[in-house]
Design a protein around this ligand. Structure first.
Ligand SMILES: NC(=O)c1ccc[n+]([C@@H]2O[C@H](COP(=O)([O-])OP(=O)(O)OC[C@H]3O[C@@H](n4cnc5c(N)ncnc54)[C@H](O)[C@@H]3O)[C@@H](O)[C@H]2O)c1
Length: 430
């Protein structure tokens, strides 16, 4: 095995599981993060992010002595870059983290090293940006050192399993580079390893997330049309999905997180005139929180002074990640309408959100609420029995934005029950 020691730059949701998995598979790993707090917390054996099983894995990696956490890179056989790639306010790719991380490798780059970019990036970033920075060393990419782009496609909540079992795409700037990375990933990857070129691999990742975004956008758009015609979207989707080749997703408060709400913009920026569907899907999903707030307003009237208990702030169920979360946006917009919003996010009870009062328990958030609003279908909220909270809340209305609750249960417990996509016209009901 050519690679005995690797350096992983960026110890977040992707880099920390990657570094720890390599370490527990016998490689010497230098985990690098330029955030002092991340380094200190890992030195204390604590994972600063929540992911099932991660704390145990990190502790095993640290205990083995194979994982060492530092603020600066050092000499290694291979370098993996997994730093953030957010978008700017203008919806342009912010590649400043990738640039800084790549530059930080430069003093340590040696002949025959392998450099892997895992951060999601616009097409040609590996060739146009990373290669040219690294060639400042005097070494030639693909000849003196190997360079690949390899997208990470894990699902938060299942990262530790998927990082090993998923199919791994490796895009080399030349075939020798791709082969070199195959050897490294084969340390722990049990899924198929497929080699391609770097720009194809970059496109693959962006296509996957744009495809997801578009599928969610059409579910959200169908909901708006169903509302317009007084059709129950949940019933309509259930029936449409009885078609053998149709699988419509569920509507909700919008799309968030670090990936699906961000990555399609990289394609829009790279090819604005020919990415019309991708752009439109983004606009539909970005406007969904406003649609949801309008739906709530139409359902319960003026929101001024309304005491609303919002359940969930994460961008999706059973994760602690609030980045780009549509639930947070819904809370902001409700507050702008004059509602008095209290929030409870069980996966990040300490999370602060502008314009809302953060509570640390379900009991606290519903104590004086008029409306209970489900924004994220965390399992514990889905399993909430309305009978058990009936005696401890004055709320008369429950609003379900995710399809996570059962109408009969809430109505039996004497709540008025409202669900996104069930704005049934009175004439149909009469
Ligand atoms: N989170 C996901 O589910 C997911 C899935 C697939 C792909 N990705 C992509 O992976 C990349 C990383 O995402 P993430 O969610 O792990 O981000 P993250 O914000 O959780 O972690 C990134 C870490 O990099 C550190 N960092 C920033 N600049 C650095 C530098 N110059 N040197 C060392 N450390 C530095 C930050 O302090 C942070 O701890 C992004 O491009 C993202 O789009 C993420």
């Amino acid at each position: 095995m050519k690679y005995q020691k690797i350096c992983v730059l960026g110890l977040g949701y992707i880099g920390l599981p990657t570094a720890s998995t390599f370490a527990t598979h016998g490689l010497k790993v230098i985990g690098v993060d330029n955030n002092e707090q991340v380094v200190v917390s890992l030195h204390n054996g604590k994972s600063h992010i929540y992911e099932p099983g991660l704390r145990t894995l990190v502790q095993a990696a640290l205990r083995s002595g194979n994982l060492i956490v530092k603020k600066e890179p050092e000499d290694a056989d291979a370098f993996i870059i997994s730093v953030p790639t957010p978008i700017t306010n203008e919806k342009k790719a912010d590649l400043s983290y990738v640039k800084t991380a790549t530059e930080s490798i430069l003093p340590y780059l040696q002949k025959n090293n392998l450099v892997i970019l895992e951060s999601t990036c616009p097409p040609r970033t590996t060739i146009d940006m990373v290669a040219s920075i690294l060639e400042g060393s005097g070494y030639q990419a693909g000849k003196d050192f190997y360079l690949v782009y390899s997208p990470e496609r894990v699902l938060p909540g299942q990262i530790l399993r998927e990082i090993i079992e998923n199919t791994r795409i490796i895009g080399g700037i030349n075939p020798t580079s791709a082969e070199a990375a195959r050897e490294l990933y084969a340390t722990f990857v049990k899924g198929e390893i497929i080699l391609t070129d770097a720009t194809t691999a970059e496109m693959v990742k962006l296509m996957e997330n744009s495809y997801r975004d578009e599928n969610i956008a059409i579910a959200n758009e169908f909901t708006r049309i169903a509302d317009h015609f007084g059709v129950d979207i949940w019933e309509a989707i259930r029936l449409a999905n009885r078609h053998p080749r149709v699988n419509i997703l569920k509507p909700g408060p919008g799309v968030g997180g670090h990936c699906i709400s961000v990555d399609p913009w990289f394609l829009v920026e790279a090819a604005p005139d020919i990415s019309t569907i991708i752009h439109t899907a983004r606009k539909v999903n970005d406007s969904q929180p406003a649609y949801v707030v309008n739906f709530i307003k139409q359902s319960i009237g003026n929101l001024q002074g309304k005491r609303i208990a919002a359940l969930g702030l994460a961008y999706k169920s059973n994760v602690d990640d609030l980045r780009e979360s549509p639930a947070v946006e819904v809370v902001n917009l409700l507050a702008n309408e004059g509602a008095k919003v209290k929030t409870f996010e069980p996966y990040k009870p300490e999370a602060t959100v502008k314009n809302s009062n953060v509570c640390v328990s379900l009991k606290e958030v519903i104590r004086d609420a008029e409306v209970i609003l489900l924004l994220v279908s965390h399992t514990q909220f889905q399993q909430l029995d309305p009978m058990t909270i009936r005696p401890i809340t004055p709320a008369e209305t429950a609003i379900d934005i995710t399809g996570g609750w059962k109408r009969e249960q809430w109505e039996t417990a004497n709540f008025q029950f409202i669900r996104l996509g069930q704005k049934i016209k009175k004439d149909k009901l009469s």
